[in-house]
Structures are given as structure tokens and as C-alpha cells.
Design a protein around this ligand. Structure first.
Ligand SMILES: C[S@@+](CC[C@H](N)C(=O)[O-])C[C@H]1O[C@@H](n2cnc3c(N)ncnc32)[C@H](O)[C@@H]1O
Length: 262
């Protein structure tokens, strides 16, 4: 069995698009695990993954692509600041709560970026912003709760925001407590878990519409629709698009921002 066939057999039942995982770095990780287990082939490892839940979880972690950074795609965060968040806030005034879901939040870079933005530009608005940030990967969630980042994660954060919202810790920077308390982290699988509530804004970037099988993308698009308040906004990744049929649920508002229909 070659690596491509191995990926197809193991990832398809998990709802993942195996073609997205045909990378040398991922192949090296799998080979290292195979050697560690003293297993002779991809075929034997595929059987182990399908028969043993612990190995399946281990394999799922090997496949994890958790790259993220603060203010990834700075144009998007500008649009959120100038258009989307003010519109959401207008609907909620006075004195209420704005609920956001960051689905597939990696190590917290995305939800903390949004919380920082809110704190910096909307602190006069009498609305509380609460962010639920979810991910399937427990290591990511641990790092997210720790909230400590190296300089490479902060490349797109202005010096002023770093000074006001991060505490310097040797070579690292930790998000200040007032930002941390705006975000709740929780384990959640976009494929198998129920929606975790109803939100005014959902960010689901660089996960479902890149790595999931096309058949699952349509299902996720429907799930995200049902997790949005009427007129709520959905944001997907810069290089992603919603699957065919989503036009029944969402109205485009720019390139990768959509508004819930119906
Ligand atoms: C490439 S990162 C994207 C992070 C962030 N949204 C961004 O755009 O920078 C993808 C994240 O999705 C998570 N993920 C993968 N499969 C998932 C699933 N089925 N349910 C929830 N999260 C998942 C991974 O653990 C990873 O942290």
C-alpha cells in the first residue's frame, strides 16, 4: 500500500479530504510513528488505526494542521472592525451581549485577535463581547488557555496592541487577563458534535472548507447556518469558498464574509 492509498483508506471514514494531507511533513510523521510501533507497512498501520481507538486518536493528532497567527489576513480584521462588528453592535444596543464562535481556533490566535480588536476599538460601546473558541485538538486548547506566544505568532500585531494587550515574559508574550477572560475554550468536533449555541458571528477559517470531504462541507455549511442568529455573519478562510447549495442559506457580504439568510 502506498502513502496516498493509506491516506485515502484512513482519512475518508473520518470525513477528511485525503488529498490535502499528501505532504512530505505528514508522511514523515506517519513513518516515524510506524517505526516507533515496529510495524512493517502502511497497510498494517491502517489496520491498527481502524481497530484501536487510542491509535486512531494518535493518528488524528498526527494529521493535525494547527498553523495560525494573530490577525491572520489583516484585511479581514479591518473589515470586521469597520463593518461587521459595528453592524452587530448596532443590533444589540443598548446593554447586551454579542456572542462569537471561533470554530477550529488552533492555539487561540484567532479568538484572542478578535477580543483584542474589540477591547482596543469598541471599549466605549456598552456591549459585552463573549467568544466561544473550540477545537478538536486538546494540545491546542491547552496552549490556548496558557495564552503565551512567541514573536512569530505576533508578526501582524501592531507594536501598540502588543504593548497594551500582552505581557512580556522573557522571549514570549502573554495575553493580558482582561482579554483572556473574554474567551472560553472548549473541545468540539465540527463533524460529530452538536452546535454549541447560537451566535451573532462565526469564524470558521482554514478548516472545514479546506480539509473536509466535499460531502461534509455541505453538512457543515448547514450546521453553521443553524448556529447563527438571524442576520448573523459567517467568516470563512481567504482561499475558501462555501459549497454549492449554500446560496440558499447565506448571502455573500464581500469575498469571504456571508450573512445568514432566512
Ligand atoms: C489550520 S488551523 C486554523 C486555525 C484558525 N482558524 C486560522 O484560520 O488561523 C485548523 C484547526 O482546526 C482544528 N480542527 C481540525 N479538525 C477539526 C474538527 N473536526 N473539528 C474542530 N476543529 C478541527 C485543528 O486542530 C486546527 O487547530
Amino acid at each position: 500500500m502506498d502513502f496516498a492509498t493509506f491516506l485515502k483508506e484512513t482519512l475518508t471514514p473520518m470525513g477528511l479530504d485525503w488529498r490535502r494531507f499528501q505532504r512530505r511533513s505528514i508522511q514523515r510523521r506517519v513513518m516515524a510513528r510506524i517505526q516507533e510501533l515496529h510495524i512493517a507497512s502502511f497497510r498494517k498501520y491502517a489496520s491498527r488505526v481502524s481497530e484501536c481507538p487510542e491509535e486512531k486518536a494518535r493518528f488524528r493528532a498526527l494529521m493535525s494542521v494547527t498553523i495560525s497567527r494573530f490577525f491572520r489576513d489583516s484585511d479581514l480584521f479591518r473589515t470586521l472592525r469597520d463593518q461587521v462588528l459595528p453592524e452587530c453592535a448596532d443590533r444589540h444596543l443598548p446593554d447586551a451581549r454579542l456572542l462569537v464562535w471561533s470554530a477550529g481556533c488552533a492555539s487561540g490566535e484567532e479568538p484572542y485577535s478578535l477580543a483584542t480588536l474589540w477591547r482596543a476599538y469598541f471599549h466605549m460601546v456598552p456591549i459585552e463581547l463573549k467568544i466561544l473558541a473550540t477545537d478538536i485538538d486538546p494540545h491546542c486548547l491547552r496552549r490556548a488557555r496558557l495564552a503565551e506566544y512567541g514573536p512569530s505568532s505576533l508578526k501582524e500585531v501592531s507594536r501598540e496592541l502588543v504593548q497594551t494587550h500582552f505581557e512580556s515574559r522573557g522571549q514570549k508574550f502573554r495575553i493580558r487577563p482582561e482579554i483572556r477572560q473574554m474567551v472560553e475554550f472548549r473541545a468540539h468536533d465540527l463533524i460529530t458534535s452538536d452546535i454549541p449555541g447560537r451566535f451573532d458571528l462565526i469564524l470558521c477559517r482554514n478548516i472545514a472548507f479546506t480539509y473536509f470531504l466535499p460531502s461534509w462541507r455541505a453538512e457543515i455549511s448547514r450546521k453553521l447556518h443553524s448556529a447563527l442568529e438571524p442576520d448573523g455573519f459567517l467568516v470563512i478562510g481567504q482561499n475558501e469558498s462555501l459549497p454549492a447549495g449554500s446560496e440558499n442559506y447565506f448571502q455573500p457580504r464581500g469575498t469571504y464574509i456571508y450573512r445568514r439568510k432566512g
